[in-house]
Design a protein around this ligand. Structure first.
Ligand SMILES: *[C@@H]1O[C@H](CO)[C@@H](O)[C@H](O)[C@H]1NC(C)=O
Ligand SMILES: *[C@@H]1O[C@H](CO)[C@@H](O)[C@H](O)[C@H]1NC(C)=O
Ligand SMILES: *[C@@H]1O[C@H](CO)[C@@H](O)[C@H](O)[C@H]1NC(C)=O
Ligand SMILES: *[C@@H]1O[C@H](CO)[C@@H](O)[C@H](O)[C@H]1NC(C)=O
Ligand SMILES: *[C@@H]1O[C@H](CO)[C@@H](O)[C@H](O)[C@H]1NC(C)=O
Length: 528
């Protein structure tokens, strides 16, 4: 049970995100834009029903509830011959609409059935390592997951963060991301669980049954079945990475992989050769996550001394702590000051003109366009794009959206994943916890408090790392390494979605993580 305190705190954040969306959406249909942390808020506020929670939230804030878009009337039509189920060649993406020329890597996309009886299928998109088959056969496999729960790894991860393409403001054409993570790995994006993006279940009741456990189990089944389709990836060095609520998904999936391989016994080698995990601005441990969030707000001059004093004095964010009106008052006071900024990147501009712009404005990888969500939503709802991706072959009765409107409930959510992280470390799985240091939603203070709960011994003390070691160098952030293969890394000047805001630093980060090397130091930097 959560305290009303933390509920109030989380409501506030839902409101903040919606407020931004409403401001931005004033000219068009006011459509609340959901982001990765928002669904978490709803889930945490009410384990029983998101819908009713949304209603409460709306009452409290006089803001429209983020109503799940359930377009009535349409029914799942019988599929027209789904492209040969289980064939790699059938999954090959010949080219994405609007794709620039000169693409030197293969793309695959499609569905993998995880439960044939219920009719559950997960959608994936794979961008193989850049440089042709020679490069891709040598490179490791990295699976990326976004959070929510309920948000799409294709929409966020692939199209806005670390994938090879970004969508221009016309919602139709793509441009290359030179810092794509497929420079160093074969990168797969999974829409997980069912109900997210193009992933679905033919059993509607499944949308009310998902939670941390079933998400990990289905993702595991996905991997096993997917490797049957792509046998060349069996035994390949495998890594898991993700952000936000994937702070749950990633360690839980890693743990599921270890469990299954232990159950299978030592003799049979698992096709999934898990080496390490990396989680960014990750939900790890509820009470330290919440405490770290308010500390960040105050230390970044977003909330008043009065609000901060009240929170420090009266709030107990521990699971099961008693409700406290003085704490609620203090968090409400704090909330009032957060409504007009993007707490997912406190220094980012707001999106001023939601919707599409044609002809497209000249895009810039270095300066993230805050209206990107609108471009990606238009792109992925384009029937030609869906066809190219082999997506939506069963004609789903709802549009693609960045965060799910069809998931109804979330039945289990651990209050901490620290015990799982300990277990992974014991099994020699490399763990990197990174944090964009301008995110206010799951900020760097939260990550530090959470990692400190593990009481690990420092192996290599806190120091700057360099994303560029030329001349005076460029500090990419800070790193501290602990005994037992855990590193805590900050990324300077990045919000919640690190690769969106600091693509070059993020690429250095993932490259060194995959190579199992510590991030670059720069002994000579700054010398005259
Ligand atoms: C879901 O139902 C459609 C229509 O009957 C079918 O074509 C599709 O294969 C089913 N999906 C799964 C995963 O069984
Ligand atoms: C916070 O609440 C927990 C759970 O009820 C309790 O064990 C703990 O003592 C409380 N902490 C403080 C500082 O009151
Ligand atoms: C799937 O296709 C149907 C049209 O056949 C469309 O109405 C629906 O929005 C699409 N859904 C998704 C998730 O792409
Ligand atoms: C999730 O899995 C854990 C570990 O196997 C188990 O203890 C817990 O009861 C499960 N929760 C649900 C809701 O199934
Ligand atoms: C880190 O993991 C490697 C295997 O990847 C293992 O050999 C090594 O002992 C681990 N280091 C520590 C300090 O646990």
């Amino acid at each position: 049970m959560r305290t009303s305190t933390s509920k109030a705190a989380l409501f506030l954040l839902v409101a903040a995100a919606q407020c931004l969306a409403l401001l931005a959406g004033a000219a068009v249909a006011a459509k609340p834009r959901t982001r990765q942390g928002d669904y978490l808020d709803r889930l945490r506020g009410s384990p029983s029903s998101w819908a009713s929670l949304a209603a409460v939230s709306a009452e409290d804030r006089s803001a429209p509830s983020p109503s799940p878009s359930r377009s009535g009337g349409r029914h799942a039509a019988p599929a027209t011959a789904p492209a040969a189920v289980g064939s790699k060649e059938a999954d090959r993406v010949v080219g994405l609409p609007g794709q620039p020329s000169g693409v030197g890597f293969a793309q695959y996309a499609g569905y993998v059935t995880v439960d044939a009886e219920a009719g559950r299928a997960l959608f994936y998109y794979l961008a193989e390592a850049d440089g042709g088959s020679a490069a891709s056969s040598k490179a490791p496999l990295l699976l990326w997951l976004n959070g929510g729960p309920g948000c799409s790894s294709l929409g966020y991860g692939a199209m806005e963060e670390l994938g090879p393409f970004r969508v221009k403001s016309d919602g139709e054409s793509l441009y290359r991301n030179p810092y794509s993570w497929n420079n160093v790995a074969n990168v797969m994006f999974l829409e997980s669980p069912i109900g997210v993006g193009f992933s679905y279940s033919n059993t509607t009741a499944d949308y009310s049954r998902m939670g941390d456990n079933s998400t990990a189990e289905d993702a595991y089944k996905f991997l096993v079945n997917w490797m049957e389709r792509f046998p060349e990836y069996k035994g390949r060095d495998f890594y898991l990475a993700g952000e936000s609520y994937a702070g749950h998904y990633v360690p839980q999936l890693a743990h599921t992989i270890l469990r299954h391989s232990a159950a299978a016994g030592k003799s049979s080698s698992s096709p999934i050769n898990l080496k390490g995990i990396m989680i960014g601005n990750a939900v790890i441990n509820d009470w330290t996550d919440t405490k770290g969030m308010y500390d960040f707000f105050w230390t970044h001059a977003l909330i008043s001394d009065e609000a901060n004093d009240g929170i420090t004095k009266h709030c107990n964010f521990t699971d099961g702590a008693a409700a406290n009106q003085l704490c609620d008052d203090a968090t409400s006071l704090a909330d009032e000051c957060l409504q007009d900024i993007d707490i997912y990147n406190i220094y980012a501009p707001n999106c001023q003109s939601p919707g599409l712009v044609s002809p497209p404005v000249t895009p810039s990888i270095e300066s993230f366009d805050p209206c990107t969500d609108y471009y990606v939503e238009a792109y992925l709802n384009n029937p030609d794009v869906q066809k190219a991706l082999h997506a939506n072959i069963t004609r789903l009765d709802h549009p693609w959206s960045a965060c799910s409107g069809v998931l109804r409930r979330w039945v289990d959510s651990a209050s901490t994943v620290l015990p799982i992280i300990k277990e992974l470390l014991k099994n020699n799985i490399r763990v990197w916890v990174y944090s964009g240091d301008t995110d206010g939603r799951v900020p760097v203070t939260s990550s530090r408090y959470s990692v400190n709960q593990l009481s690990l011994t420092v192996a290599d003390k806190w120091r700057p790392w360099f994303s560029n070691t030329q001349g005076a160098g460029d500090v990419g952030g800070y790193i501290v390494q602990y005994k037992g293969n855990l590193s805590l890394v900050t990324v300077r000047g990045a919000g919640h979605e690190v690769p969106s805001y600091q693509p070059q630093r993020a690429l250095v980060l993932v490259q060194y993580f995959l190579e199992g090397k510590t991030l670059p130091d720069c002994e000579k930097c700054g010398e005259a």
